[in-house]
Ligand binder design. Structure first.
Ligand code: PLP
Length: 487
């Protein structure tokens, strides 16, 4: 244990702020969490009033004798929670409008509740692996949107290409080439309303009655729905710790003959288990695609969030856009409310998607598309991705700490730690996920039962999405969950 006393100038009121902070080093609570709690207490006690400037991270780190990364991460957490705000080029200050001061206990704070859109307004959701919209650069997006809107008011027409605003297609093609190893041009990029928009347009344009699509199980039911809506039959291929079992896919492909038109996979962080598809399975899948002449639909919905080691490059980086259709989304980077995704495919496929969209909705949202192009070009989105990755890793580690410290949760679940993704896949040692979800609901927790990820039947596992909740909130959730698991 070690203590330090710091004299810090107080900003608008020039009295020194004495920061009596003792950071425990016994590993029970991370230094970041300790610093977060200490700063919140200072604000709650009124020792740091709204508007006070905080010293810079270097100064604070030196004064507290901690790594600067600890200070940076703690400040980011507090900005996300609304206690602090950053001012461009001048530093960080206590927010003018503070989060509820009625919350006196900084140890464990109830999280935000689920979206009222789902009619679950009073429940705390851990179902989806959602991002934390409090972290997203929404002010920057609002400003870019305003500029894009003004630009449109100066042009004669608001109609644009069905495949998306040319500037965004250009920017996205450069981005995926540079950051994800693809080799593509603007003509191969189609901007959609989220991944679901891409899946729906692809299914309606490229599949027909009698076609078969193979998909992972457990897996992502909204994709199955899109294929079925277009008249295709979906067959389910099991997943294990190496991702899709390609030996079983091979058997299925042989049995189906030419009817297997596509295979839908989430190879980077498999949905819902978060496992990464093993390199030899990736190669086997691409080999099968050539041999049986099917398309691989690669849903790369959260490429940004890889915490350990380097992310594996997308399958399309190896096999090209003739064999692999690549789909990505900004739902995990910003928020699902910002309906923006994209698809990278051969020019022929892009043309067909354009024909379908022209009939359905003529075009996407050129104002939003232009605004997003600007945020890619000026680096805002890339910078946000780096910051969000740091914050979410800290949250994941906090969740792992909570799971291993609670005897009830330790006894209830088995899991392995994935190298990335915004959720953990927890298998129940006993009992069903349906009864766990029902008990959790009584404790105000919204959990999806395992059957959500199956075409039929039950699965004793839950997907714990951690990213939308800060560390205090995660502590509250784990405590609530520990009272719901089977004894
Ligand atoms: C497997 C998978 N794909 C895609 C998405 C993103 O969907 P959308 O872009 O339609 O919001 C999600 C979000 O949960 C997902 O889990």
């Amino acid at each position: 244990m070690r203590g330090s006393r710091t004299e810090i100038p107080r900003g608008p009121v020039r009295r020194p702020w004495r920061f009596d902070l003792v950071l425990e080093r016994d590993g029970k609570v991370s230094q970041q969490t300790q610093l977060v709690r200490a700063l919140v207490q200072e604000i709650q006690r009124g020792r740091l009033p709204p508007g006070s400037m905080l010293p810079g991270s270097r100064t604070l780190a030196a004064q507290l004798a901690v790594n600067r990364k600890v200070v940076v991460a703690a400040v980011e957490e507090l900005v996300a929670q609304g206690w602090l705000e950053t001012l461009p080029a001048s530093g960080t200050r206590v927010a003018a409008l503070l989060p509820s001061l009625a919350v006196a206990d900084t140890e464990v704070r109830p999280p935000r509740t689920a979206s009222p859109v789902r009619g679950e307004a009073s429940l705390v959701s851990i179902t989806d692996g959602l991002p934390d919209s409090r972290l997203a650069p929404l002010e920057e997006l609002a400003r870019a949107y305003r500029r894009a809107l003004r630009a449109f008011s100066r042009t004669a027409s608001g109609y644009s290409d069905a495949a998306g605003a040319p500037e965004l297609r250009e920017v996205l093609s450069g981005f995926v080439n540079q950051a994800r190893g693809l080799s593509t041009t603007r003509a191969e990029v189609f901007v959609t309303r989220g991944s679901q928009g891409a899946l729906g347009l692809y299914a309606l344009s490229m599949l027909t009655r009698g076609d078969v699509v193979a998909a992972e199980v457990p897996g992502y039911a909204p994709a199955w729905r899109a294929f079925e809506f277009a008249g295709a039959e979906v067959v389910h291929i099991p997943v294990d710790t190496g991702g899709l079992k390609t030996d079983l896919l091979e058997e299925k492909a042989r049995a189906l003959g030419g009817r297997l038109k596509a295979v839908y996979v989430t190879p980077h962080h498999q949905y819902p288990t978060a496992v990464a598809m093993a390199p030899e399975r990736r190669m086997h899948l691409l080999h099968l695609a050539e041999r049986f002449d099917f398309t691989v639909i690669e849903d790369d919905y959260d490429y940004e969030y890889h915490f350990e080691g380097n992310p594996l490059l997308p399958l399309q980086a190896t096999a090209g856009s003739r064999r692999v259709v690549y789909i990505a989304s900004l739902s995990k980077l910003l928020a699902p409310a910002i309906r923006l995704g994209y698809l990278v495919a051969s020019p022929g496929c892009i043309r067909k998607l354009g024909e379908t969209r022209a009939v359905l909705e003529r075009q996407g949202d050129p104002v939003l598309e232009r605004a997003i192009a600007e945020l890619f070009e000026d680096g805002t989105l890339q910078q946000h991705a780096r910051r969000a990755r740091r914050v979410y890793k800290e949250r994941r580690d906090h969740l792992l700490e909570q799971l291993s410290r609670s005897p009830a949760l330790r006894a209830a679940f088995t899991y392995s730690v994935p190298t990335g993704g915004l959720a953990l896949w927890l298998r129940l040692r006993q009992g069903s996920s349906e009864s766990l979800a029902a008990r959790a609901r009584d404790a105000r927790l919204l959990i999806a039962s395992g059957s959500t990820y199956l075409p039929k039947g039950r699965l004793a596992a839950i997907r714990f999405g951690f990213a939308a909740h800060d560390t205090n909130e995660l502590s509250w959730i784990c405590d609530a969950l520990s009272h719901c698991v089977p004894p």
